[in-house]
Structure formats: C-alpha cells, structure tokens
Design a binder for this molecule. Structure first.
Ligand SMILES: *Cc1c(COP(=O)(O)O)cnc(C)c1O
Length: 377
C-alpha cells in the first residue's frame, strides 16, 4: 500500500537520537531549547514552546489566551478535530464558520456575522499547507479586538506575502506527527512574539509549576511552586534531537512536496472530472496534503478503487461539526456549514511525501486518471 503520507528518517536522525540516549538528559535537557530556537529562527518568531503533540500545542494556546467557560472561539469545520477540541478542553464553545469552496480555507466574508460579545479569538487553519488570507483576518481581529491563532499544523514552510507561517498570527501551532513536514514521533510547537504567552505555556506544559528541574538544579534548590493547574505536555530531549536533525532537511522536504504537487496540478488541470484546490496569489504553499475534488464519478467509488489498487488515498476531513460529540454537545447539525458539507463528499487526498518514489508516483497518477475516465457518473 502506498500511504498518503509518511515520515522520512535517515542515518543522521538516528545518530542524533542515539547521542541523547548516551547523555545525561533524556527529557527537559538542552535539546528542548535548541529545538525551540531552531523553529523560532526558521519561522521568524521571537519565542517557540515545545510540547508533546500538536493537540497539546493547541490546548496551550487556548490556555495562554485565557479561554474559559462562556467564551466563544471561531473555527472552520474543515480541519482535524483537535482544532475545535482544544476550545472545549478549556470549557469554551467552538463557533463554526464555513470555508471557501475553492480553497477550503475559512471564509473571511462569513466571520463577522458569527462574532458576538462572547467571541474571544479566531483559530485559522492553513488547510493542506496553504496559508489563510492573514491581512483579511487581521483586519477582522483588530476591528473586534480578538486574538488570532493559526493552526499551522499543515503549513511549516508556507509563506504569506513573503512571511512564514508561524509569524503571521498572535500564536501559531505546529505538529510533528510522522505525516507532517518534520517529525519527532509525536510532538508540537507554539510560536509567538509575546513573552507573556510563551511563559504561560511553558508553565502549563509542566503541571503549572513555575520552574523546571534543570533550573532548580542550577539554582541548587528543591523548592518549587505550582501556580495554576497544568498538564504534563513536555517534549523529551530524545524527540527534540530528532526534531533538530529533521528541521535541517526542511528545504529538501518542501522541494519534494512542491515538485509532486506541481505534477499533480498539471495533470488535473486538464480534466473536467477532477479539480485541484485553488492557490491564492499571496501564498507559497507547503503542501502537507494533495487534495482533489472529484467532479464526475462518485468519490466513494474512486476511493474504494484506489484502495483496492494499493493506493492509500484518504479523506481530509469529515467536517468537525458533523461528529456525534459536537452534534450532541453543541447542537451542530447538517446545514450549519453547507460549503464544507458539500465539498466533503467530493474530496480525496492522494499520496504526497518526500520519500515517494517516481515509480510509485506514476502508478498513482495512472490509476487515478484511469478511474476518473472510466468511473460511473
Ligand atoms: C495533525 C494536526 C493536529 C494535531 O496534531 P497532533 O500532533 O496529531 O496532536 C491539529 N490540527 C491539524 C490541522 C492537524 O493536521
């Protein structure tokens, strides 16, 4: 089976992890700060806070900006469930705003009608690796005094008007799950220019305790204070060493993803039975996912055929508001976001990852083309 996404691990990555295994610190050692600095430098932010998943990173962001019961946060439905779950972790209410049909990014024209006195923030999702229209979003958040959070889990290396994802919102969130641009097994990071947010998140990732054990060792003290309720969201030194080794290869990873996406785009531009997503002129895409909308044959039929042919096609995503939890808890039913609901029935994600070899890529292209032209309508 050719998967839709996969990690790329080389001997340097393995060596980096083994070195940490032989060192004094397996967790919360020097590699954490080094990795944070590397990500901050790469995206162009002042601070970066490492945590043990993208989901934990989203939770930290919601904590940092003080989301609590009674607060509303605007999110698009076309995303992984964690984007909305993090609001619920803090007792807040996700308010779903529909996406643009051609990009599947949150539709800026539909945001203001959902803003109420309870609205505190917007979480924008750089869907598939394309940055949102941050100038438009910034206009809205400035006008209504809201905080702008970016779920950039798809978008490490993406740019908007020459600025990198990670430097475009008040807080930006990344994931280092194996299918993402770089991996630490599980892992995540929040980038921000705000020192207070960064310090709040560092405390939150370690039980709400004010200092970490390395600081206490340096100061020669056992004393610590727990200031607020936090979690164990720490990323280990082992994982940060892997992340440091991975981020050195980010240019190569992006180059491969962009090359494959380019070839897919050229192929599907010439068929009326499939349609690639639109790329805005202000965007440099990072291509976490390659998605087409199936316009002729039934999507489920194409999906099934691809799976039977050994191609691990996927669907990203079931609109979040249609999951039973959201329907039951927040009464979010069919009809709430009609564009997402319609497009959900058409989309399919095709294999895209740096170690995809050209022979497999050609098999995927030929199988998709064949199925599109022969498929029932
Ligand atoms: C992967 C992902 C997450 C969650 O990241 P984990 O590291 O798996 O917890 C959140 N949001 C989006 C859009 C993602 O793609």
């Amino acid at each position: 089976m050719i998967p839709y996404g996969k990690q790329y691990i080389d001997d340097d990555d393995i060596k980096a992890v083994v070195e940490v295994l032989k060192s004094d610190w397996l967790t919360t050692g020097p590699k954490v700060e080094e990795f944070e600095q590397a990500v901050a430098d790469y995206v162009g932010s002042k601070y970066a806070v490492a945590v043990n998943s993208g989901t934990a990173a989203l939770h930290c962001a919601m904590y940092a900006i003080g989301i609590g019961p009674g607060d509303e946060v605007i999110v698009p439905p076309m995303t992984f469930v964690a984007t909305a779950n993090c609001i619920v972790y803090q007792g807040g209410t996700p308010v779903f705003v529909d996406v643009e049909e051609d990009t599947l990014l949150i539709d800026p024209d539909k945001i203001e009608e959902k803003i109420t006195p309870k609205t505190k923030a917007i979480i924008a999702v750089d869907f598939a690796g394309q940055p949102c229209d941050y100038d438009r979003l910034r206009e809205i958040t400035n006008k209504h005094n809201l905080i702008l959070v970016a779920d950039s889990c798809h978008a490490l290396g993406a740019e908007y008007k020459g600025k990198k994802a990670g430097s475009l919102a008040d807080l930006s969130v990344f994931s280092f799950h194996p299918v993402k641009h770089i991996t630490t097994g599980e892992g995540g990071m929040i980038t921000t220019d705000d020192k207070v947010y960064a310090e709040r998140m560092k405390q939150f990732r370690s039980h709400g305790i004010a200092t970490d054990c390395r600081e206490r060792e340096k100061q020669g003290t056992w004393f610590y204070e727990m200031i607020d309720l936090g979690y164990n969201y720490r990323l280990t030194d082992l994982q940060c060493a892997l992340g440091l080794s991975q981020i050195k290869k980010i240019h190569f990873f992006l180059k491969k993803r962009r090359e494959f996406a380019d070839r897919y785009n050229k192929t599907f531009a010439n068929t009326d039975r499939a349609e690639p997503l639109t790329i805005h002129i202000h965007a440099l895409h990072a291509w976490h996912l390659y998605i087409i909308k199936i316009k002729g044959p039934d999507r489920n039929y194409v999906f099934q055929h691809l799976r039977e042919s050994g191609i691990g096609a996927n669907v990203h995503y079931i609109p979040v508001h249609l999951h039973p939890f959201y329907k039951n808890r927040f009464d979010t039913n069919l009809g709430l976001c009609p564009v997402a609901e319609k497009v959900y029935k058409e989309i399919i994600s095709l294999p895209l990852f740096p170690s995809l070899n050209i022979e497999d890529f050609k098999i995927v292209m030929d199988t998709v083309k064949e199925r599109l032209s022969s498929g029932h309508i």
